[in-house]
Design a protein around this ligand. Structure first.
Ligand code: GDP
Length: 445
């Protein structure tokens, strides 16, 4: 089951709580059964699922809790918190230190995405102003050096490697010495993998580790490997002290449950997820936003980061509307315009609260066309309508006909767009209203 489906199923179970007028042990058991089945179908390790169930049952105390609303809230919170705990080992993620050479060594099986991810991570640090370089210590896979060289050249990142030296430990040592002398702050060492876990791989990894003496080990894991994740993660953890995990290929179609299991197996935090083959397809990972996003609640944190990177004008319409404290149609229109300028559509959309997963999963072309159409409808509204919370359309339905005529859309399409707006507004409300959103945006800037 892909992550979006997992989220939808869990959300479905949580929503069924709202329909219950009495909440007792049986209702909780039914919900937990659904949640656990969804997790198992997503390849989350059985032991972890059993623990989650046990923990939630312990947390929710029917004797103590008062009314239905209170019970509902408690159960929802307990499930959310436990899902977060699954992907968060509660360890402070590694932070490179300024003013010294930080050596980071990548380990993982062949094909996991190490070489690709090395450049992505180097690019990430480079954008933040660090002096970064790459070392190709993968002498096992033919073409690995060429691949790293190509990626590094494209991203303008200095690299070190050799076509003739076939001892990866020597390569790593030489490269590190050279870059240390040149004052590099982050030195990323790519190592080779094997098709499967085998003694030769771990032996080589240890030799490189001895030569490189890294400050940090990053385990790169293919996020789509399912049940094998637990064993694989344990085997690597036994060989080297893994500090963090980068999970690749979580492009939205991935099952991802295996990823969750790997965290528990290593006790190390996932720091980034790879969401595509391009250099920008690396997203910082944080447990709460990940779970929120999975449950369709949007990833505000991620959105804020993107907004921060964009340096949104503080006098822009969107900021002004948010400041006024009311989420208006105009704010939604501006959000859509902002999305178009923020990069790959599907990625930004999946971070937006209130955007239905079907729409976020649409192809670039289809999603783009739908957004254009929505914008066109909003452009046919009067200023007063744009600055409203859409109630005027309920009070005066003739407005809908006028906007439909003006924008060349059908009445049904306008109604759907207004429904979409209501969903948007609802989510914004649950996140502390537009003032809360603004506060978050300002914090991010
Ligand atoms: P390595 O053997 O561990 O160094 O793996 P590579 O970096 O060569 O990656 C193996 C394949 O996975 C390549 O085709 C990459 O383009 C692809 N890949 C790596 N990361 C991602 C990702 O996050 N998403 C997708 N879709 N593909 C990825």
């Amino acid at each position: 089951m892909v992550l979006a489906d997992l989220g939808r199923k869990i959300n479905g179970a949580l929503k069924s709580l709202t329909a219950e007028s009495v909440i007792d042990e049986k209702v909780l058991d039914d919900i937990l059964r659904e949640v656990c089945a969804a997790l198992l179908e997503s390849d989350v390790n059985v032991r972890l699922v059993q623990n989650l169930r046990k923990n939630i049952k312990q947390i929710v105390d029917f004797e103590e809790l008062g009314g239905v609303v209170n019970k509902r809230r408690q159960i929802q919170k307990a499930i959310f918190d436990e899902l977060c705990r699954l992907v968060d080992p509660g360890v402070e993620p590694y932070k490179p230190k300024k003013g010294k050479a930080n050596v980071i060594m990548f380990v993982g099986l062949q094909g996991a995405g190490k070489t690709t991810t090395c450049t992505k991570l180097a690019h990430h640090y480079q954008r933040k102003g660090w002096k970064v370089c790459l070392i190709a210590a993968d002498t096992y896979r033919a073409g690995a050096f060429d691949q790293l060289k190509q990626n590094a050249t494209k991203a303008k990142i200095p690299y070190y490697g050799s076509y003739t030296e076939n001892d990866p430990a020597v390569l790593a040592k030489e490269g590190i010495e050279k870059f240390k002398k040149e004052g590099f702050e982050i030195i990323i060492v790519d190592t080779s993998g094997r098709h499967k876990q085998e003694a030769a791989l771990f032996e080589e990894m240890k030799q490189i580790a001895d030569a490189a003496n890294p400050d940090h080990y990053i385990f790169v894991m293919d996020g789509t490997i399912g049940q094998a994740a637990d064993g694989q993660a344990r085997a690597f953890k036994d060989a080297v002290p893994i500090g963090s995990i980068i999970m690749t290929k979580l492009d939205g179609h991935a099952k991802g449950g295996g990823a969750i299991s790997a965290v528990a197996a290593t006790g190390s935090p996932i720091i980034f997820i790879g969401t595509g083959e391009h250099i920008h397809d690396l997203d910082p990972f944080k447990a709460k936003p990940f779970v929120s996003k999975m449950l369709g609640m949007g990833d505000l944190g991620g959105l804020m980061e993107t907004v921060k990177d964009m340096n949104i004008d503080k006098n822009s319409n969107i900021m002004k509307t948010l400041e006024s404290g009311v989420f208006t149609i105009r704010a939604m229109r501006d959000q859509l315009a902002m999305i178009s300028s923020m990069g790959p559509l599907s990625k930004v959309m999946s971070m937006m609260p209130g955007i239905p997963p079907e729409m976020a999963a649409m192809g670039e072309k289809e999603g783009g066309a739908r957004m254009k159409k929505m914008t066109c409808m909003m452009d046919s509204m009067t200023d007063a309508e744009l600055d409203s919370d859409a109630k005027c359309f309920t009070l005066q339905p003739t407005r809908i006909y006028r906007v439909a005529k003006g924008s060349g859309a059908t009445v049904r399409e306008i109604e759907e767009m207004l429904m979409q707006f209501q969903k948007f507004a609802e989510v914004i409300k649950t996140m502390g209203g537009s003032k809360g959103l603004l506060a978050n945006m300002q914090k991010a800037q």
